[in-house]
Structures are given as structure tokens and as C-alpha cells.
Design a protein around this ligand. Structure first.
Ligand code: UGA
Ligand code: MN
Length: 258
């Protein structure tokens, strides 16, 4: 089965570095189709050129987050959901493509969707775990929720609750990196989208809650005992020297892409 990996991304100093790290993981994964969705009013040259020479099968989309839904400078990073409209654009594209194919061909019957943020760290094993997802598969996520890891707790092969430090009674207290869904399930639930206005911590639930129950979740990674993905976050680079040099007319050559 093909894995459609949907990645929201936005322009910032570390963007190309993040995308390069991701690409070099994905290049090792068989049958992966990368759906890159830029948070921008139009596709950017940087991402277009990057993908053109990537060597990966990809689709390049864009969807600007409306201003009232976007974090403003100085807002705490958790105030509004990030990447919601971009993931929805990826879902829209997949549904449209499936409809055009009449549900047949293109390996759509068994395809899997994974939402991979551009800053996390993914092991190759993770993709083999998710590849045979019937409805929704789940696994632990490392370094998230101010804990060493969060995970579904499995008893007798079934998910019975979630190991999390915060609001465990959310419908699905799992990070975006901790689940994959089958394309079939998404096609059977045309109303399933991410709610860009969801309360903090409820973005994943907004998408999953009407599609699947906890009992139906398929535990992967040795019954959710292995961490195969890490919710890493990249430090914002300091530009103090750069700004000082710019004032002297000695800033780094703007024609060099970083
Ligand atoms: C956590 C979760 O891991 C995310 O999946 C979830 O979307 C987010 O919380 C949330 O609650 O909205 P976090 O590391 O805080 O993630 O979020 P980011 O990594 O900053 O953003 C998630 C994705 O959205 C990234 O791929 C990022 O490139 C993208 N993004 C971020 C945009 O497309 N536009 C933005 O303005 C900001
Ligand atoms: Mn992140």
C-alpha cells in the first residue's frame, strides 16, 4: 500500500533544513507519496525547486491560514492550532483524486494517510508499522506533552486508555504524529476534517472522533511499547550578528538560499 504523507510547512529560516531532514528520511521509504502543503498564498520558489530535485514522488499544494486563525508575533505557540487548513487541503486533494479515479486503480483501495509535521523526527520502522492500517493505527510519540512519551495503553491487544499527563478524557489524547488513517476510512467519512478553531489539544480529536472508536484503534509498534517518532522542535536561530552586519551594509548575500 502507498503511504500518503501530508506535511504542512511555512516559510522561516529553518524551513529548508527541516524539509531536507524529512526528505532524507522519506527517500528511504518505499511507496511513499509526499503531499507538501505550504502555508502561503501561492507556491514558493524555494519549496518548488526543492521538490523538483528531491527524487521523491510528491504533490505540491498551498493553503494560506486565514489571518484570524494564525498565530501572531508574541502569541504563545499553543494559542491556535497550526497546520489545520494545510492538512485539510491535503485531504481535499486526496478525496478529489480518489473521486476522479472512481475509487479504483492508483492503489487507493489500501492507501494510508499520515500527517507528518516538518519538524519531527521519524524512524524508518514507523512507516512499515503504519503501512497495513485498516482504519486507524496508533503508537507512542516521544518527547511530547511535557513527558518522555505519550502512548495508548494496550490490554489484550486493545487500546483501553491513554498514557498522557494532560486532559486524558479528551476523545483522542494523541499527538498528530501518533496515528495513521486508511484512505478508505477518510473516503467513507466525507465530513471528517481538522477543526482550525479547535481548543488547545483537541485538533486530533476533531478529525478522529466521528470516524473511529477507541476500541477500534489498531495498536502498532509492539503493542505501543516502542517509540518510533519524536516530537522534536527546532530552536529559532539567532540573527543578532546578521542584523548588525546588515546595518553596516555587510549582510549575508541575499541571493544565497538558506
Ligand atoms: C503540536 C502537534 O505536534 C501538531 O501536529 C499540532 O498541529 C500542533 O501542536 C497544534 O496544536 O496545532 P507543534 O510542534 O507545537 O505541534 O507545532 P508546529 O510544529 O509548530 O506546527 C505543526 C505543523 O504546522 C508544522 O508542520 C508546521 O510547519 C506547520 N505550520 C506551523 C504551518 O503550516 N503554519 C504555521 O503558521 C505554523
Ligand atoms: Mn512541531
Amino acid at each position: 500500500p502507498t503511504i500518503y504523507v501530508i506535511t504542512p510547512t511555512y516559510a522561516r529560516l529553518v524551513q529548508k533544513a527541516e524539509l531536507t531532514r524529512l526528505l532524507h528520511t522519506f527517500l528511504h521509504v518505499p511507496q511513499l507519496h509526499w503531499v507538501v502543503v505550504e502555508d502561503s498564498p501561492s507556491p514558493t520558489q524555494l519549496v518548488r525547486n526543492f521538490l523538483a530535485v528531491s527524487g521523491l514522488t510528491y504533490t505540491h499544494l498551498h493553503m494560506l491560514t486565514p489571518k484570524d486563525r494564525k498565530l501572531q508575533e508574541g502569541d504563545p505557540h499553543w494559542l491556535k492550532p497550526r497546520g489545520a487548513e494545510q492538512r485539510n487541503e491535503g485531504l481535499r486533494w486526496l478525496r478529489e483524486k480518489a473521486a476522479a479515479a472512481g475509487g479504483k486503480g492508483l492503489g487507493f483501495e489500501s492507501a494510508v494517510i499520515y500527517f507528518a509535521d516538518d519538524d519531527n523526527t521519524y524512524s524508518l520502522q514507523l512507516f512499515e508499522e503504519m503501512r497495513y492500517t485498516k482504519k486507524v493505527s496508533v503508537w507512542p510519540v516521544g518527547l511530547v506533552g511535557a513527558m518522555k512519551f505519550e502512548r495508548p495503553v494496550v490490554e489484550n491487544g486493545k487500546v483501553v486508555r491513554f498514557h498522557t499527563g494532560w486532559r486524558p478524557n479528551r476523545p483522542f489524547p494523541i499527538d498528530m504524529a501518533g496515528f495513521a488513517v486508511s484512505l478508505n476510512l477518510v473516503l467513507a467519512n466525507p465530513e471528517a476534517w481538522f477543526d482550525g478553531n479547535a481548543e488547545m489539544g483537541f485538533l486530533e480529536s476533531s478529525f478522529l472522533q466521528n470516524m473511529v472508536t477507541m476500541e477500534e484503534l489498531e495498536p502498532k509498534a509492539d503493542m505501543c511499547t516502542k517509540v518510533l517518532v519524536w516530537h522534536t522542535r527546532t530552536e529559532k536561530p539567532k540573527m543578532k550578528r546578521e542584523e548588525a552586519l546588515i546595518k553596516q551594509g555587510l549582510g549575508s548575500d541575499p541571493n544565497v538560499e538558506v
